[in-house]
Design a protein around this ligand. Structure first.
Ligand SMILES: [Zn+2]
Length: 417
């Protein structure tokens, strides 16, 4: 089995022209859901699916799937699917998403041109609005396909101008019917750029993800008493910002201790602080912090939140403030399936391609799919770990090597000898 690096490159470069931006730093693009660039990217993708005689389907939220049913396959068998997304952040790169979509397309072509005989249909998929840039909800299309959000709720989401996803999809001709259902897939693989530097450091071409990190976000409120910075004596103060500062230090220490105790992936971040009244000459009366805690293990996340609560209890006693911890968002960690990981590992070994097992700190559509069926995630090296930027880059040889592994693993999962 072989993939055509030139063809893959042409697809990625052509796709990269839709919403393409001027940049001295590299190839950049802005493909927001429902935009003209999105329409162009989708139409080009449909053309490519049809050129491989795939049966194309667009669902109600604009997810696109092309199905190839080889002569060797049982048409009723659950398909093996692979893909990613075609949308981007503003001024994003040309690999984040499209590598997984066009890699999957090239994988199908490679299997078609090989003597492998899949026993299951194979689907190539592009999910709508993975980045969450336009409608405020990341992993949107896959959340609908995996049954975690209803079609109606998704279509009713509004962009900044108050226009719904339904209208935007209608405008570009991609509001289809029904719902792509990931539970109907036998297995799923996504190829994605790593967006970090572990592969580069290890000199490996393929990353095999063992688990995708879970994420919880909380708002932490501190209510003390505003007072005059000159008039209020130090002894009687109930300074909400001093209390918040101690909390930031505590949660940072808790995460460091967790890492030191052997779990190297836990992170806790306070990335937002709203201070009231936020004036130099006033003792702060109220502070709201945004807390983000992630790990690939739910228990570790729970332990860090326990530490956060203990810290708040102590701070209430010592500073005379009131505190409140409110959950804003929570996504459980997702384990990748052993069967999918093994297929990727075997494929890499048989082509002499070096792999590295790693965990994914960022969320991907695979996170949603993994809750419904066996799922695997492969990473391609990102130069300097940069993504969401025109500087995002993956060498063409690495794109091709990962695509070859994807093709081989998909064929194996689909029962091809
Ligand atoms: Zn992505």
């Amino acid at each position: 089995m072989d993939v055509d690096q030139t063809r893959l490159r042409e697809h990625l470069l052509t796709n990269g022209m839709f919403g393409g931006i001027e940049s001295d730093e590299g190839h950049g693009r802005t493909v927001l859901t429902g935009s003209e660039a999105d329409r162009q990217a989708r139409e080009y993708f449909l053309d490519q699916l049809e050129s491989l005689d795939m049966e194309v389907r667009v669902d109600a939220v604009g997810n696109i799937a092309g199905r190839w049913t080889p002569d060797s396959a049982d048409p009723e068998a659950a398909p093996v699917a692979a893909g990613s997304h075609l949308d981007s952040v503003p001024r994003g790169g040309i690999f984040d998403g499209p590598l997984g979509v066009y890699g999957a397309l090239e994988a199908v072509r490679a299997i078609q041109e090989s003597d492998r005989k899949p026993e299951r249909p194979i689907e190539v998929v592009s999910f709508t609005e993975e980045e969450g840039t336009t409608f405020g909800a990341g992993l949107l299309g896959s959340s609908v396909a995996a049954g975690q959000r209803s079609v109606e709720d998704a279509l009713a989401l509004e962009d900044n101008s108050g226009t719904t996803l339904e209208t935007r999809l209608e405008e570009i001709g991609f509001q289809g019917e029904g719902r792509l259902d990931t539970a109907e897939w036998d297995a799923w693989l996504e190829l994605h750029v790593e967006q970090s530097t572990e592969l580069e450091k290890a000199g490996s071409q393929v990353g095999i993800v063992s688990a995708i990190t879970g994420l919880t976000q909380y708002s932490v409120e501190f209510v003390g008493e505003s007072n005059h910075a000159g008039g209020a004596r130090m002894a009687g103060r109930r300074d909400a910002l001093v209390a918040a500062a101690e909390f930031i230090t505590d949660i940072n220490r808790a995460a460091r201790e967790t890492v030191a105790s052997g779990n190297s992936f836990a992170v806790a971040t306070v990335g937002r602080a709203d201070v009231e009244p936020n004036a130099t000459n006033v003792v702060p009366g109220r502070v709201e912090l945004g807390l983000d805690v992630r790990d690939t293990d739910s228990e570790t996340i729970a332990e860090l939140l326990d530490r956060a609560r203990q810290s708040l209890a102590r701070i209430e006693r010592e500073h005379g403030v009131e505190t409140e911890l409110t959950e804003l968002h929570s996504t459980a960690p997702a384990e990748m399936s052993e069967r999918c990981r093994q297929a990727v590992e075997t494929a890499s070994t048989s082509h002499g391609i070096e792999t590295l097992e790693l965990r994914s700190g960022g969320g991907h559509d695979t996170m949603n799919v993994a809750r419904e069926t066996d799922a695997g995630l492969l990473f391609a090296p990102s130069r300097d770990g940069i993504s969401h930027s025109p500087r995002e880059w993956t060498d063409w040889a690495d794109c091709a090597a990962c695509t070859l592994v994807l093709a081989d693993a998909v064929a194996t999962l689909a029962g091809a000898e």
